[in-house]
Design a protein around this ligand. Structure first.
Ligand code: SAM
Length: 216
């Protein structure tokens, strides 16, 4: 049996050995990564691997992303704590928890209902109260609650879904992996005076974003 203390230590090592040396600097992001129990978001048999430097399976052919990628995608959203944040691809709910630590409200959408329900259970057990959940095609965004100050897409897209661009607030940030089905580039857009400033954060590999404005 691995104790709570051991997981705390593993999280500390994850921050010190995987995140800081690769350039994650924002203290708020590092604190959230140190705080959120990643071991709770994977099945029990995989909990001992939860803090290792790779993605893990979460069922339904989906994965929980590598810790570094979660930290990087969060950092480039530049969250101050006041944001209304939209997440496409709830998966295990781990990234959702990190966003909930750093935003005012999180709206998360997942197309696979059993994954969404499981994530919701864990996040409720961990006492997060600022998250709204929806089982839906996230490439359409969540029109009812637009505009969003931050949007994160945690699955690989052939192009940036138009509805997400439309639902981004002025001054808002969007991070999304864009490319083919085997490799993508992490692209961040900032909406400034109605135009989108683009910056690349390097190569990555995600599962497919499937939907009307994603892969068919
Ligand atoms: N961020 C998640 C975590 O921390 O566990 C990992 C997400 S996983 C890499 C990508 C998720 O995106 C999968 O759960 C997949 O079902 C979901 N997904 C793919 N296309 C989607 C869509 N159009 N709308 C919502 N979710 C989608």
């Amino acid at each position: 049996m691995v104790s709570f203390q051991d997981f705390h230590l593993q999280r500390k090592r994850m921050v010190e050995k995987q995140l800081i040396p690769r350039g994650i600097k924002d203290p708020r992001v590092l604190n959230a990564m140190q705080k959120v129990p990643r071991d709770r978001f994977v099945e029990k048999a995989l909990a001992v691997e939860a803090y290792n430097d790779y993605p893990l399976p979460i069922g339904h052919n989906q994965t929980i992303s590598q810790p570094y990628i979660v930290a990087l995608m969060t950092e480039v959203l530049d969250l101050s704590g006041k944001e209304k944040t939209l997440e496409i691809g709830t998966g295990s709910g781990y990234q959702t928890a990190i966003l909930a630590e750093l935003s005012n409200e999180v709206y998360t959408i997942e197309r696979i209902k059993p994954l969404l329900m499981e994530a919701k259970n864990v996040l409720t057990e961990l006492d997060y109260k600022n998250i709204m959940f929806k089982a839906f095609d996230g490439t359409l965004g969540w029109k009812e609650y637009e505009p969003f100050d931050a949007i994160i897409v945690t699955a690989g897209a052939p192009e940036i879904p138009g509805p997400l661009l439309e639902q981004l607030a002025e001054g808002g940030r969007l991070i999304i992996p864009v490319g083919n089905r085997f490799s993508q580039e992490l692209i961040r857009l900032k909406k400034v005076k109605g135009t989108y400033l683009e910056k690349s954060f390097g190569g990555c590999r995600f599962v497919d974003l499937i939907g009307l404005h994603g892969w068919k």
